[in-house]
Design a protein around this ligand. Structure first.
Ligand SMILES: Nc1ncnc2c1ncn2[C@@H]1O[C@H](COP(=O)(O)OP(=O)(O)OP(=O)(O)O)[C@@H](O)[C@H]1O
Ligand SMILES: [Mg+2]
Length: 332
């Protein structure tokens, strides 16, 4: 595993004491492409920022974020700086927000190489042009000398991805790389991701079609919690959690069947039980208690429907099989 998130929770101590992320557990294998999906405010961006140790002081982060066995949450700033940018790169939410308007794009793409690999500036710039060529940006020599404001959103996004992997990072964390882009530009971002087959990617997105195209695993977040984590085709074809099912039904190609769960306010989340209970058509008595994360067939789902018939937290055998975790071959 390149990344193991264990019981990651984030609470903001000031203001309304917001629980932004609650008990996220993810195992990400080398070269996995994981999409994190969920509605606005469900904690997706905060999860990425927590992993990278980039949250403000009033954020209380608990749990472990093991990157290649090293807990990022306990590292000192200097040690973290050796990993961030060099081994893990981050493309923040908002295409182009991660770019400095005062420097040309070529220099910015080269910067992580200059900083982490001590490549001389001129050589770095030439390597940036090469990288941009790899992403088929077109007329790369000229583009590299231009400033970010002259780029379209899709081009900035591609330059940011190139910049992210420039210093040889093994893992890319990307936040909403397709937000605000039209279909043609989304296709360019998809193409860029396809060029990163040898990298591990954790990508936050609202766009389920994009998630389906670029990922092999999907983590579904709802109200700060991870409600399901499974192979992409399993999530899309056979969702287990009622929220995942309702979210898919609400896609335009599936008939825009909106469940009332899509217009949530923070008060709705209150109470000890399952956070989706009030909106869930499968809700039953037990849902007044908070469900744990059940492991079923190598997938994880936070829903009492999958508890053992005796009411214990032993998971059910679904479809009569004994399930194993495909990554460890361990029987669960
Ligand atoms: N600095 C902060 N202080 C207090 N609460 C915060 C802070 N930043 C974020 N939050 C809250 O944390 C929760 C999760 O926010 P987050 O930005 O992760 O959502 P998201 O899933 O990325 O949404 P979107 O899809 O709109 O980007 C939200 O309820 C948000 O209001
Ligand atoms: Mg966000």
């Amino acid at each position: 595993m390149i990344l193991e998130l264990k019981n990651i929770s984030v609470r903001f101590s000031s203001g309304h004491n917001v629980q932004a992320v609650e008990d996220v557990n993810l195992n990400v294998a080398w070269q996995d492409k994981v999409a994190v999906v969920g509605e606005t405010g469900s904690g997706k961006s905060i999860l990425l920022l927590a992993i990278l140790h980039l949250l403000p002081e009033n954020a209380i982060v608990t749990g472990q974020a093991l990157f290649d066995g090293i807990d990022l949450l306990t590292l000192k700033r200097r040690e973290l700086d050796k990993i961030r940018g060099a081994r893990i790169s981050y493309v923040p939410q908002g295409s182009g927000n991660g770019m400095n308007p005062l420097y040309n794009v070529g220099f910015q793409v080269a910067e992580p190489m200059i900083e982490h690999q001590h490549v001389p500036k001129k050589e770095g710039f030439a390597k940036a042009v090469e990288l941009m060529r790899r992403f088929h940006m077109g007329n790369e020599e000229k583009l590299a000398r231009q400033y970010p404001h002259t780029y379209s959103g899709g081009m900035r996004q591609r330059a940011l991805i190139a910049m992210g992997i420039g210093a040889g990072a093994e893992m890319l964390l990307a936040d909403e790389p397709t937000k605000g882009l039209d279909e043609r530009r989304i296709a360019l971002v998809v193409e860029s991701f396809k060029l990163l087959a040898d990298k591990t990617i954790l990508c936050v997105t609202h766009d389920l079609n994009f998630a389906g195209t670029i990922s092999n695993y999907i983590c579904v977040m709802y109200a700060a919690m991870q409600v399901e984590y499974a192979r992409t085709e399993d999530i899309l074809k056979n969702p287990l959690h009622p929220y995942t099912r309702d979210m898919l039904a609400a896609m335009p190609e599936n008939g825009l069947n909106f469940n009332k769960g899509f217009a949530m306010s923070h008060e709705d989340y209150e109470g000890a039980g399952c956070k989706y209970a009030k909106r869930c058509s499968d809700c039953f008595e037990r849902c007044m208690e908070a469900p744990p994360l059940f492991n079923i067939g190598g997938r994880q789902v936070r829903c009492w429907k999958y508890a053992g018939d005796d009411g214990n937290d032993q998971m059910k055998e679904v479809a009569g099989r004994v399930y194993t975790d495909p990554r460890s071959d361990k029987e669960i």
